[in-house]
Design a protein around this ligand. Structure first.
Ligand SMILES: Nc1ncnc2c1ncn2[C@@H]1O[C@H](COP(=O)(O)OP(=O)(O)OP(=O)(O)O)[C@@H](O)[C@H]1O
Ligand SMILES: [Mg+2]
Length: 313
């Protein structure tokens, strides 16, 4: 196991006593992309801060490749790369210099640092921007520079705190592919997010956390299965007359969890959409089907089931 969290706890003692991390046990496998999914204040950043030696835990341990981060912070820092929640590029340095000086800080010679910086700018499609200053970069490009810099000293584990916060959809996709490319370098990635699509499409495994605790753990597929994520069909109908008989027919099906009338049609929640869709369309045709939307099972439905609240609340 490349990263081990054991009974990790962080309590902030100020006027209020805040238990930010409440006994987290997690193990990351070499080379996986692991997502910590949770709402604001769940304890994601605090967990990362401890693992990256920026904050001391109240109790418990974090080990990176067997190295205890509290006992041996300098050693641990060589093994990790960090992209914090907020942009920390040095604004007085160019893109190239940001990566170059990072390498120098980690003991690379001038020649090694130069070669590594140029190689990374190429890999992240930033070569054209090498002489640009961070304030001249879009959010998406700045994020890519931060990732390039974070992995410049060849860490084993990369921590990404909310990597797509504030990015437009296109930059988010570019960031996702940059992270996926890290797989071929064998880098283990721990990312935090409160976008369930991000956790879903990027992560091999996800831990759903809230109030500093792990509520569920597994691959996105497994979480959806275990917690019975459902497909939701919303139908808009011209005529609602006699809808009760359709509702009764639907409710009798074993794959339908619920079927109920809405202001302008019908909402059906089902465990699986296989086979149901054509029958639904055929039956609804008799009521003048105007529109149909299907919401696929997602981590969001799982999250709402686990916590009783929305990720964006
Ligand atoms: N330095 C601090 N002093 C006191 N309380 C803190 C401190 N840092 C975080 N907290 C509290 O600890 C809890 C967890 O915060 P944390 O920043 O880890 O959450 P998060 O999951 O990263 O949230 P977000 O999605 O908003 O980034 C919150 O209640 C927060 O207010
Ligand atoms: Mg945070």
């Amino acid at each position: 196991m490349i990263v081990q969290f054991e009974a990790l706890t962080k309590i902030y003692e100020s006027k209020l006593r805040i238990v930010a991390v409440d006994g987290i046990d997690l193990e990351l496998k070499q080379g996986e992309i692991f997502g910590l999914l949770g709402p604001n204040g769940a304890g994601k950043t605090t967990t990362i801060s401890i693992a990256t030696t920026r904050t001391l835990p109240t109790s418990g341990t974090v080990r990176i490749d067997g190295i205890d981060v509290v006992q041996h912070p300098a050693h641990a820092r060589r093994l990790i790369g960090v992209v914090p929640q907020f942009n920390t590029l040095d604004r007085s340095l160019t893109v190239y210099e940001n990566v170059y000086f990072h390498c120098r800080y980690f003991g690379f010679s001038h020649g090694e640092a130069k070669a590594r910086a140029l190689e990374l700018l190429e890999q992240f499609m930033l070569s054209e921007r090498k002489s640009v200053y961070p304030t001249q970069l879009s959010g998406g490009l700045a994020q890519r520079v931060q990732i390039a810099r974070a992995i410049a000293h060849r860490p084993k584990v990369l921590f990404l705190d909310e990597p797509s916060a504030g990015l437009d959809p296109q930059s988010r996709m570019a960031m996702w592919s940059a992270v996926q490319q890290l797989r071929k370098d064998g880098i283990t990635v721990l990312l935090t997010t409160h976008y369930m699509e991000e956790a879903d499409s990027l992560s091999d495994r996800v831990a759903v956390i809230d109030y500093g605790r792990v509520l569920a753990l597994g691959s996105p597929e497994k979480l959806k299965q275990t917690f019975g994520a459902q497909t939701i069909f919303n139908l808009k109908l011209k005529s609602l007359e006699g809808l009760e008989s359709l509702i009764a027919t639907l409710q009798a099906r074993p794959d339908v969890t619920s079927a109920e009338a809405t202001a302008d049609g019908l909402r059906v929640i089902a465990a699986s959409s296989d086979g149901l869709l054509p029958e639904l369309v055929q039956a609804a045709a008799g009521y003048g089907l105007r529109d149909l939307t299907i919401t696929e099972p997602s981590l969001e439905t799982v999250f709402i089931q686990l916590t009783g609240r929305d990720l964006r609340e």
